[in-house]
Design a protein around this ligand. Structure first.
Ligand SMILES: NC(=O)c1ccc[n+]([C@@H]2O[C@H](COP(=O)([O-])OP(=O)(O)OC[C@H]3O[C@@H](n4cnc5c(N)ncnc54)[C@H](OP(=O)(O)O)[C@@H]3O)[C@@H](O)[C@H]2O)c1
Length: 253
């Protein structure tokens, strides 16, 4: 059976992807920090497919290396890595942001993604043709917006890291894709606003954001493309989201 390692499987895109891949019979390696949520997923999906849960912080390089070194044979070689764990913090302007929030985004979205990728690369290369690394980028990695600061920059890193990986992986058969969603309704805004449910509800109210299942469907599509096809970047937005004109600072009259 093909196997998929999903980081950040306790919520949002990662959780929906766990259901989508399980539906197709894939073996699952699910990670996140919230153990009780991982346990609930294991209880629910474990009767359908092989499920291994690893309670991990992606910022802990040693724990990740250790865990991936000791994967059961039945889950190897690894068919797909979904680098999904990530977060945005501090929606206010740069000049008002606490430095630790910038560090947390860099440590999670950049260092964490690099930690997992480094540990998983040998397992994917062992699989060869048909293996994939699917990185969750964002429209924020391409398009600037107020309050995007380090979050957008971290997703620009994800895009370029993926492109560079493709150069090094040429000849191994391992594919790399930057899947870059726009507005999607998950716990993302609750995390960004540090638990402000009203702010999260307000952002998604009166429009039709992407749902986690929309992204899970794209992830499954990317992972099951013919082995000779690599989609480098897939940007996906709700129909009801688009760009704005440039902002201009004008003299007050
Ligand atoms: N929602 C959007 O509008 C949107 C748009 C574009 C891109 N994205 C990206 O998509 C990815 C998933 O976001 P989402 O919308 O599904 O958000 P979400 O519902 O908040 O889920 C985020 C997941 O990341 C995990 N995570 C966060 N920090 C972690 C850490 N240090 N170690 C391990 N796991 C960690 C969380 O698990 P634990 O808390 O249990 O560790 C959770 O499972 C992120 O990379 C995000 O930047 C989201």
């Amino acid at each position: 059976m093909p196997s998929v390692l999903i980081t950040g499987a306790t919520s949002g895109f990662g959780r929906a992807a766990a259901y989508r891949f399980a539906k197709a019979g894939w073996s699952l390696i699910l990670t996140g920090r919230r153990e009780e949520r991982l346990k609930a997923l294991e209880d629910e999906l474990g009767s359908q497919v092989e499920v291994l849960t690893l309670t991990l912080d992606v910022r802990d390089a040693d724990a990740i290396a250790q865990a991936l070194k000791n994967l059961p044979e039945a889950l190897l070689p690894l068919t797909c890595l979904i680098n999904n764990a990530g977060l945005a913090l501090a929606p206010e302007p740069s000049q008002k942001v606490a430095l630790r929030d910038w560090h947390t985004m860099i440590d999670t979205n950049i260092t964490g993604l690099v930690n997992v990728t480094h540990a998983a690369l040998p397992l994917l290369i062992e699989h060869g043709a048909g293996a994939s690394i699917l990185n969750l980028g964002s429209v924020a990695g391409q398009w600037p917006y107020p309050g995007g600061h380090v979050y957008g920059a971290s997703k620009a890193f994800v895009q370029q890291f993926g492109y560079n990986l493709r150069c090094d992986l040429l000849g191994t058969g391992v594919r790399v894709t930057d899947l870059a969603p726009g507005m999607a309704e998950t716990e993302f805004t609750l995390v960004r606003t540090k638990g402000d449910q009203a702010a999260s509800d307000a952002l998604y109210r009166g429009t039709t954001p992407l749902q986690a299942e929309d992204i899970a469907e794209q992830l499954f599509y990317l992972a099951t493309l013919p082995a000779h096809v690599n989609i480098n970047r897939l940007e996906i937005m709700p129909v009801r989201q688009a760009w704005s004109p440039f902002a201009v600072d004008r003299d007050k009259t």
